[in-house]
Design a protein around this ligand. Structure first.
Ligand SMILES: [Zn+2]
Length: 492
């Protein structure tokens, strides 16, 4: 078979490459016992059993190299062999103290945070909290054995015979997890939260839309400001879901900032734009192999139904004189950069450029892991079909469209000497910080006056100031968050 050189087939690092995809792996391994070649007896302890037939699972093939070493093949996105990044699989039937090396041999990307210390995440039956493997056990290199593809190898020592181990590219956040979270929100009967089904995916999964605002206020008092947030158009970018949940958690909380925001702003959130892709364990595409974030210009109701529904709603709102759509933010995760940061659009009008930089600047003050210097504004041709670019052209000059990106791996803060790996919790924390930044934005622009009695305002300011010099768990855990957790009660 013709093997094209990798360099010739790579376009930009977001379109993926064909290399390594020729074998057209279809389907995930299903309780596959991988023993020595020729072995046909009953599995013995230590003959590893691999499985990825579960939600968001991805592992296409396993090759036995030796008792200690296995080559693993990522299953390409459904109907699109160019994308092979996300993996998520379980291993069982292990021996106590069994040491193995797993080589993931068919990544479609070459640049990777594995060079900077990123590592896969792991959990097991008896230790159900995901954690990152130690970086020292992970190697990323160009391998002569695999068509000179980049290979990520990691060493692992199993330690409990009865445990099922699970490995993934990053902390999974499945469609079902979202459904449970949204149901638990609904059960709280919050007067300022509405959940509706905006549409269905190709495989008939729910496209959820949340509206968060103080519905009790008559519309002119509530104001017309509308903020629209979407996430998980790219299914493998699971950190986006943690951020999105952080935003929602904050907005529905009893935190005083959240209360003021609900009085003045209507928040619309679509937490999962590509539910099929997430369910199937794809990295970038929908069931039918479309990168939905390249189809905003002309989404089809049958091929891209979720995108079509969201776009229709946004277009409709942009024409509704009763609301003013001021922010559109689409949340993603980034596979080569550190920190949280944003992409924005470029404009001829210098004043508009400056205004667009305000929100990221304010977010940078609130979130120590958010980097304004990584934030950039562009008009690349390849990004013309993205939500940010398309809506940036559609909406008027008082609205701002951003892509919010967060590293799959880690962040550096002003004082830190080494990157701090993100956890599920610190991703959510970034979401909470995004949410509260809207109040800073609207206060700065005198669009929201804080009408609460001065003693409440000053005590809040004080508690936040106190905290910024005080306790810090690495992402500047502050009084606002402690207060929110107290108010919120239920943790998810
Ligand atoms: Zn993305």
């Amino acid at each position: 078979m013709e093997r094209k050189m990798e360099e010739n087939t790579i376009r930009d690092n977001e379109t993926g490459s064909e290399t390594g995809g020729e074998d057209a792996l279809v389907g995930n391994v299903n309780k596959l016992m991988v023993g020595p070649p020729g072995y046909s007896g009953a599995p013995r302890k230590g003959h590893l059993v691999f499985d990825a037939c579960f939600e968001s699972g991805n592992l296409g093939r396993v090759d036995y190299i030796s008792e200690f070493e296995f080559d693993l093949f990522i299953r390409p996105d459904t109907c699109n062999p160019r994308f092979r990044v996300w993996f998520n699989f379980s291993v069982e039937n292990v021996c106590e103290t069994q040491r193995v090396i797993f080589n993931v041999v068919n990544f479609s990307k070459t640049k990777s945070l594995y060079r900077d210390g990123m590592s896969p995440v792991v959990k097991s039956t008896s230790r159900p909290k995901w954690q990152r493997l130690p970086a020292k056990n992970v190697y990323y290199y160009r391998c002569p054995d695999h068509r000179r593809n980049y290979v990520m190898s990691f060493a692992f020592c199993f330690d409990r015979e009865d445990d099922v181990y699970q490995f993934a590219y990053c902390y999974p956040y499945t469609y079902s997890r979202l459904q449970h979270y949204l149901s638990s929100l609904e059960r709280r009967n919050l007067p300022y939260l509405q959940r509706e089904q905006l549409g269905l995916s190709v495989q008939q999964r729910r496209l959820d839309l949340l509206t968060i605002t103080n519905f009790d206020l008559p519309s002119p008092e509530r104001g017309k400001k509308l903020v629209f947030l979407t996430s998980r158009v790219h299914p493998g970018e699971s950190p986006a879901s943690f951020i999105c949940q952080g935003v929602i958690d904050f907005l529905v909380s009893q935190h005083p900032v959240a209360q003021i925001l609900r009085d003045h702003v209507i928040f619309k959130v679509v937490p999962m734009l590509n539910p099929d892709g997430v369910y199937l364990g794809n990295y970038r595409c929908s069931l039918m192999g479309f990168d939905l974030n390249r189809h905003w210009q002309d989404p089809s109701p049958w091929a891209h139904p979720t995108l079509h529904a969201v776009k229709q709603l946004i277009v409709q709102m942009s024409q509704d004189p009763r609301v003013s759509l001021e922010f559109y933010i689409d949340v993603h995760a980034h596979s080569t950069m550190l920190n949280g940061f944003m992409y924005g659009n470029v404009f001829e009008d210098e004043e508009r450029v400056q205004r667009q930089a305000v929100f990221p600047r304010l977010l940078c003050q609130n979130a120590p892991d958010f980097s304004f210097s990584n934030t950039s504004f562009n008009r690349d041709v390849v990004k013309a079909g993205t939500g940010r670019r398309f809506l940036g052209g559609l909406l008027d000059d008082t609205s701002y469209c951003y892509t919010l990106e967060v590293s799959f791996y880690s962040y550096m803060t002003a004082g830190s000497t080494a990157p701090v790996p993100y956890t599920e919790e610190t991703y959510m924390k970034l979401g909470r910080n995004v949410a509260r930044t809207f109040l800073d934005y609207y206060k700065l622009n005198n669009l929201i006056r804080d009408n609460r009695p001065t003693h409440i305002q000053s005590s809040e300011v004080k508690s936040q100031t106190d905290d910024s010099n005080g306790k810090d768990d690495g992402v500047g855990r502050d009084a606002a968050d402690r207060e929110m957790e107290k108010c919120q009660g239920v943790r998810h």
